[in-house]
Design a protein around this ligand. Structure first.
Ligand SMILES: C[S@@+](CC[C@H](N)C(=O)[O-])C[C@H]1O[C@@H](n2cnc3c(N)ncnc32)[C@H](O)[C@@H]1O
Length: 347
């Protein structure tokens, strides 16, 4: 697929994608209907505690989010998906939960015609205890470390292939595969399930569950290192690379179009680039987009080069980061990934 061109000028572009600054409702309207394979995003949540990028209160939240969701529905292909990461929240001043994140799937399905393909849960083991009043001080609630990740589809049959996101087998399963006869006798389980010998077949990995355990504790990587080197603040609410990576691999093929409508530091565009997908990132803050260019920096690029690109984007000048942030003038998505993975595993 070739990347759609919008009438708005991009903030920056790469070989496979482009980041646009603006209200994503306006930017979505510029896309052709039925043209997008996957929209994956994490909107500002309806939190009591205000974030620096502004978030809606619980009462107005649904109406606000529906405006975006309606446009997403129109722009998705019939086999397309909309993945929405939503954190939970408490009601003002009392230790009871808001129901806003549960109302979202009901409205999207009942009023906009989406289907709930599957409900996922993102468990962040590194989440800090909050809210302080109920969890730390009064000790009457457990810490909240799971987000809802709603996977919506436009029809009952979205494109999906779980074999692209297999996880490592457990040690027990590895032993079973090595020696099925010595380890396991086919028999009926008390539940009535007939566990046959086929159970010991090596399928290359285990089927993942809808509970995704992904720590959000990145302390290194191109993005943060770039922010530090150039002296700008990182985005305060990034999701981890592994979250969009899972859904991009699961729900799209190479060259498909992936869009993030609340792009922030453009985690989604970065993953889509190294996964060989086309991408569009929509974000209303130019400051966040300027810093997000650090995600595409290749090894050997100088801090001066990074600062220049950052400042050009921040001043509204369109930059081709594939040309400007490649160490030897050749931009390689896989180069980015390898360097970042090496950093992640070393940390
Ligand atoms: C939770 S953050 C997304 C962070 C992102 N997932 C990441 O990994 O960096 C939500 C973002 O939505 C942006 N935003 C809020 N309203 C918007 C709108 N109407 N159009 C475009 N972006 C918007 C905010 O500026 C904020 O950066």
């Amino acid at each position: 697929m070739t990347l759609p061109t919008l009438s708005t000028t991009a903030a920056y572009m790469t070989d496979r994608g482009a980041a646009y600054c603006g209200d994503s409702r306006e930017l979505l309207r510029q896309l052709s209907d039925e043209s997008v394979n996957l929209v994956i995003t994490s909107p500002p949540f309806a939190l009591q505690r205000k974030k620096e990028y502004g978030n809606k209160g619980q009462s107005e939240y649904l109406d606000w989010l529906m405006e975006f969701a309606e446009l997403v529905h129109r722009k998705l292909r019939s086999d397309g998906s909309f993945v929405l990461d939503l954190g939970g929240s408490y009601r003002q001043g009392v230790p009871v939960r808001s129901l806003y994140n549960f109302r979202v799937p009901i409205h999207l399905c009942d009023d906009l015609g989406f289907y709930l393909a599957e409900d996922f849960y993102w468990f962040n083991p590194s989440k800090l205890p909050s809210p302080i009043e109920w969890v730390n001080k009064r000790k009457i609630r457990a810490k909240d470390s799971v987000n809802n990740v709603w996977w919506f589809s436009k029809t009952e049959w979205p494109k999906a292939d779980v074999s692209n996101v297999l996880t490592e087998y457990s040690e027990r399963m590895k032993k079973l595969i090595q020696d099925p006869n010595g380890f396991y006798k086919p028999k009926k389980r008390p539940s009535g399930h007939d566990i046959s010998r086929g159970f010991g077949k090596d399928n290359g990995g285990a089927i993942p569950s809808n509970l995704l355990s992904i720590p959000n504790s990145e302390s290194s990587g191109h993005y943060l290192e770039g922010c530090k080197a150039v002296g700008v603040k990182g985005h305060p609410a990034r999701f981890p690379v592994k979250l969009p990576e899972f859904f991009i691999r699961f729900l799209t093929d190479p060259n498909d179009l992936v869009v993030d409508i609340f792009a922030g530091s453009n985690t989604t565009g970065y993953v889509a680039e190294y996964e060989g997908r086309c991408w569009l990132a929509f974000e209303e803050s130019l400051k966040y987009l300027a810093a997000s260019s650090f995600r595409f920096v290749e090894k050997g690029v100088s801090v001066e080069q990074m600062a220049r690109v950052h400042d050009q984007i921040a001043q509204g000048e369109m930059v081709n980061v594939a040309e400007e942030l490649a160490a030897d003038g050749l931009f390689t998505g896989s180069g980015i990934q390898q360097a970042d993975q090496a950093r992640t595993s070393a940390s």
